[in-house]
Design a protein around this ligand. Structure first.
Ligand SMILES: Cc1ncc(COP(=O)(O)O)c(C=O)c1O
Length: 375
């Protein structure tokens, strides 16, 4: 059996007669990816290329490289062990770099406290963008995440089986909002995406070949190119244009029942997996989900760092994050960014998405047990 790392296309949800659009999707400008929404958001908030942006060091390079390519200077701040940014460290970085914006990430679907950051930075004219790329369906205090800062960005393809779903919400009056509303490209095509996902579902059902095997991972990395020893030259990036959501995304977003069921299913999977893993001696980072939390993964503390390779070798789409995508400067400076390094090394992320069923959880826990016993 192959346990996929991402949810499968849900044809029943797509075919269902739909009603009103999910409240969390109101007031959004759509883009291909979250990184495009980030660039558009900075622009709309009056933070043009050339300015400095403070970002957590625990981040993937695919988010940072386009920022640099567009001409922004990036200043890293280490995260705290609770996945949040320390206000004093952020203020020091803002002061030091003359930063005009801060990116605050809600990691893996768990809401981070950003209110203190926003109240300290707003009077200084520094914008806060909430990165909700892992957290599209998460609610905190009854509200969708991403309402506290000046803007929020999303990457719905991490929560829903869609090829697109980058999105931007502006929470404050913004200089560039009118320009965003003015033009919109058409919806991206979905045929190729659907074909790939059907092929992936067939592989998962047959259980062969193992798309998560080490040899496959290594081949993928070779195709993407080896990581350079130093920060790569930024590749020029154009200002992104909003687009219509794909036909798949539009259908899912109009199906509030499907989206609600995702939250319920994921919470159920999370509780089962975390309980079973704890019984094997693996501590979950977040033992109990807060109401409204829809995690992207179940993060478990694996000091050996061996669990993820073991699970992948046995067909489970577990992951570390950002793994090989830690930005080069952060990767090269473990003393400066110890927590980001620690999280990157120790966290084993197990899939809990809506397509994970009971048999997948039983399989994952059996492998976890075997893997722990072998250590
Ligand atoms: C925390 C975070 N922010 C932003 C992004 C960018 O999202 P996308 O891949 O849709 O561009 C990612 C991508 O992995 C991410 O993990």
């Amino acid at each position: 059996m192959i346990v996929l790392s991402r949810p499968a296309t849900d044809f029943a949800a797509l075919l269902k007669k739909t009603g009103s659009r999910e409240p969390a999707a109101h007031g959004l400008y759509f883009y291909p990816r979250g990184r495009d929404a980030l660039l558009a958001g900075l622009h709309a908030l009056g933070v043009p290329p050339g300015e400095t942006v403070v970002v957590p060091a625990y981040i993937c390079d695919s988010t940072i490289a386009p920022l640099r390519g567009a001409g922004y200077r990036v200043l890293f701040v280490d995260v705290e062990p609770n996945f949040e940014l320390d206000l004093a460290k952020v203020l020091a970085a803002v002061e030091q770099g003359g930063a005009r914006a801060v990116l605050a990430v809600h990691y893996f679907g768990f809401p981070a406290g950003v209110a203190r950051l926003v109240s300290a930075l707003r009077p200084r004219g520094v914008r806060v963008i909430e990165d909700c790329c892992h957290s599209f369906l998460t609610r905190s205090g009854g509200q969708p995440v991403g309402l506290a800062g000046d803007a929020a960005i999303f990457s719905m393809r991490k929560t829903l089986p869609v090829p697109d779903g980058g999105a931007l919400r502006l929470n404050t009056a913004s200089v560039g909002a009118a320009a965003l509303a003015a033009g919109r490209a058409g919806a991206p095509p979905v045929a190729r995406y659907l074909a790939t996902r059907c092929a992936e579902a067939a592989v998962a059902a047959v259980g062969w070949p193992n798309i998560y095997a080490g040899a496959v991972d290594a081949a993928k990395r070779r195709v993407r190119g080896a990581r350079p020893a130093h920060a790569p030259e930024p590749q020029p990036v154009a200002q992104p244009v909003p687009q219509a959501p794909s036909a798949l995304l539009a259908r899912y977003l109009a199906n509030a029942d499907y989206l609600r069921q995702i939250g319920e299913r994921v919470a159920h999977n999370y509780a089962r997996l975390v309980e079973g893993a704890a019984a094997c001696g693996l501590q979950p980072c977040v033992p109990q989900l807060a109401p409204g939390c829809v995690p992207q993964w179940a993060p478990l503390c694996d000091d050996s760092g061996r669990l993820v390779p073991w699970l992948r070798e046995h067909g489970v789409g577990a992951a570390r994050w950002p793994w090989h995508e830690l930005p080069s400067e952060v990767d090269a400076a473990p003393q400066r960014y110890p927590v980001s390094h620690d999280l990157n090394r120790r966290l084993a992320l197990l899939p809990v998405h809506q397509s994970i069923g009971s048999r997948h959880i039983v399989r994952m826990l059996a492998l976890v047990r075997q893997g722990m016993a072998a250590q």
